[in-house]
Design a protein. Structure first.
Length: 483
C-alpha cells in the first residue's frame, strides 16, 4: 500500500485496538451493511442467535462518539455509516472471525422480508412513500446478490418485491438485469405463479425502455401461462400490458381491443382500483382515435374511483391522461391545470417517470399558449429526468418541442442542435415520424443548416460519439452556460 494508505490503516487499527471486546464485535458485524444503516436494522442483524451478545443500542452510540461511525438525518430517519476505509478494515475482521456467512444470511433475510412487506403495502396503497428504499438501495442490492449466491434462497420473490421501487425511481436497467437472472435460473415448471410474475415484470421494464418486441414476447408468454392456469387476474394484467405496448407502437385499434378485454375481466373481479386503472389506459386509445367524449367519460369515472380510494398515484396518472386529452383538443389552459396538478402529485410520490410525462404535457400547454420562453426550462427538466430514468422513447418529441421553442425565440444554434439530436435518437430507437412530420422537420433542418453554414456540421459532430445520457447533458448544459 502507498505510505498515505498505510498511515491511515495504522490509525484505524490503533483506534480499533482501543475498543473493548464487545465494541470490536459490533464494529465488525456492522461492516455487513452497504451505504449505511438504521438502528432498527442493526438491532435485527448484528445479534447472532448462538453468538456473542452485544449491546447494540449503546454500542452504536459509543462507536459514533469515537468517530468510527457517522450519524446523519436522512428524510427524518437517523442513519449511521462508516467511512469506506474503516468499513474495509472492519470487513476484514468480520471475515477473520468466521461470522461473515451467518451475518450475511441475517442481512439478506432482513432486507428481503423488509422489501416484501413494503411491496405488499404499496400494492394496497400505491401512493405510499418509497423514498426509504433509496436510502437502502445498496443494502437491497447486496441482499439480493446474497439471495442469488445462496442456493437455499430464491431471489425471485425479493426481485419482484423490488419492482415498484425500481420503476418509481427509474432504475430500469438494474431491474431488467436482475429479473433476467431470476428467469435464467428458474425452470419452466417451477412455481408457475412466481414465473408468471417474473415474466410480467420483465416485459414491463422492456416496455418502459422502449424495447417493444422483447416486451411483447414476455407478455404473450405470461398471458398464455395465466390462461392455461385459470389465472384471470394475471390474464387481465397481461392484456392491459399488451395494450400499453400496442399503444406505444401506435396501433390504437389493437390497444383498444386488449384494454377492453382486460377491463371486462377486472369488472368481474370486484376490484375498483384495477377498474380505474384500465379505464385510464383505455382512454389513451380513445384519445388516439379522436373519440374524445368517450375518453373524457372514462377518465372522469376513473378519477372518481381513485379519489374515493385516496389513491394519489392513480389520480396523478388519470390527470396526466386528462392533460393529454386536453392537448389533443387544443384546450391549453385546462391542459396546463391538469398538468400542474398531476406534476404536484408525481413530485409528492417521487415518481420520476410520471414527473417527466407531466412536465412534457405542461410544456406542450405552454407552447400552445405561446409561452415559448417559459416552456424551455420545463422541457429541459423533463428531458433531464427522462434521461436519468432511461425513457428513450420520450427523447425525440421532447427535443422536437425544444426545437419549436428555439425557433420561436430566435435561437437558431440550439434549434439546429436539438433537431439533429432528435433525428439521431429516432434513428437509434427506430422511431419514425409520419410523412408530413418528416417533411416538415427535414425542411426546417435544411433551412437551419444554410443559416448556420459550417457551424452546423460542428454542432452535429459535437454529440456524434456521445451516449444517450451524455447527449442530453450536453444539450441542456450548453444552453444553460449561455443563458
Amino acid at each position: 500500500l502507498p505510505q498515505r494508505q498505510r498511515t491511515l490503516r495504522d490509525a484505524i487499527a490503533w483506534s480499533h485496538d482501543l475498543l473493548d471486546e464487545e465494541e470490536k464485535v459490533l464494529l465488525r458485524r456492522l461492516a455487513v451493511f452497504q451505504g449505511g444503516f438504521t438502528l432498527e436494522a442493526a438491532l435485527e442483524i448484528v445479534e447472532l442467535p448462538d453468538g456473542e451478545a452485544t449491546d447494540v443500542f449503546n454500542g452504536v452510540e459509543g462507536l459514533a462518539d469515537k468517530s468510527l461511525l457517522r450519524q446523519q438525518e436522512v428524510n427524518g430517519d437517523i442513519r449511521f455509516s462508516m467511512l469506506e476505509n474503516i468499513r474495509e478494515f472492519a470487513r476484514e475482521k468480520l471475515l477473520e472471525s468466521g461470522e461473515a456467512e451467518p451475518i450475511q444470511q441475517l442481512h439478506a433475510a432482513y432486507f428481503g422480508d423488509w422489501m416484501k412487506m413494503l411491496a405488499e403495502e404499496v400494492e394496497k396503497d400505491p401512493s405510499l412513500d418509497m423514498q426509504p428504499c433509496e436510502g437502502e438501495r445498496e443494502n437491497l442490492r447486496t441482499a439480493l446478490e446474497w439471495h442469488f449466491a445462496d442456493k437455499s434462497r430464491d431471489p425471485g420473490p425479493m426481485a419482484c418485491a423490488l419492482t415498484a421501487f425500481w420503476e418509481r425511481q427509474g432504475h430500469f436497467r438494474e431491474a431488467r438485469e436482475m429479473l433476467a437472472r431470476c428467469l435464467d435460473q428458474r425452470p419452466d415448471d417451477a412455481e408457475p405463479g412466481l414465473k408468471s410474475e417474473l415474466l410480467e415484470h420483465s416485459g414491463w421494464f422492456e416496455y418502459l425502455m422502449g424495447n417493444y418486441v422483447a416486451a411483447r414476447g414476455f407478455m404473450e408468454r405470461r398471458l398464455e401461462r395465466c390462461r392455461s392456469n385459470g389465472d384471470l387476474k394475471g390474464a387481465a394484467d397481461a392484456l392491459s400490458d399488451l395494450g400499453a405496448i400496442s399503444q406505444a407502437e401506435e396501433d390504437s385499434e389493437q390497444a383498444r381491443l386488449y384494454f377492453e378485454e382486460s377491463l371486462a375481466l377486472v369488472r368481474q373481479q370486484d376490484d375498483p382500483r384495477r377498474v380505474a386503472t384500465r379505464l385510464t389506459n383505455l382512454s389513451l386509445s380513445a384519445t388516439a382515435q379522436s373519440r374524445f367524449e368517450e375518453a373524457q367519460e372514462m377518465l372522469e369515472e376513473a378519477s372518481t374511483i381513485f379519489d374515493s380510494l385516496g389513491d394519489s398515484s392513480g389520480l396523478a396518472a388519470c390527470l396526466c391522461n386528462l392533460a393529454d386529452l386536453d392537448l389533443k383538443r387544443d384546450l391549453y389552459p385546462t391542459a396546463r391545470l391538469h398538468s400542474q396538478r398531476s406534476l404536484e402529485l408525481f413530485r409528492q410520490l417521487d415518481d420520476q417517470r410520471g414527473i417527466s410525462y407531466a412536465l412534457s404535457n405542461l410544456a406542450e400547454a405552454l407552447i400552445g399558449e405561446g409561452e415559448y420562453q417559459g416552456a424551455i426550462p420545463v422541457l429541459q427538466e423533463s428531458l433531464t429526468v427522462a434521461s436519468e430514468v432511461e425513457l428513450q422513447p420520450s427523447f425525440p418529441l421532447l427535443l422536437e418541442n425544444l426545437t419549436s421553442c428555439y425557433l420561436k425565440t430566435g435561437e437558431s444554434r440550439f434549434a439546429f442542435l436539438t433537431l439533429a439530436a432528435a433525428s439521431a435518437f429516432r434513428t437509434r430507437f427506430c422511431l419514425a415520424r409520419d410523412d408530413s412530420e418528416e417533411a416538415k422537420w427535414v425542411q426546417v433542418g435544411a433551412e437551419l443548416a444554410v443559416e448556420l453554414g459550417d457551424e452546423s456540421e460542428k454542432l452535429r459532430q459535437s454529440f456524434a460519439k456521445l451516449d444517450n445520457e451524455a447527449i442530453i447533458v450536453h444539450i441542456v448544459d450548453l444552453h444553460q452556460e449561455e443563458f
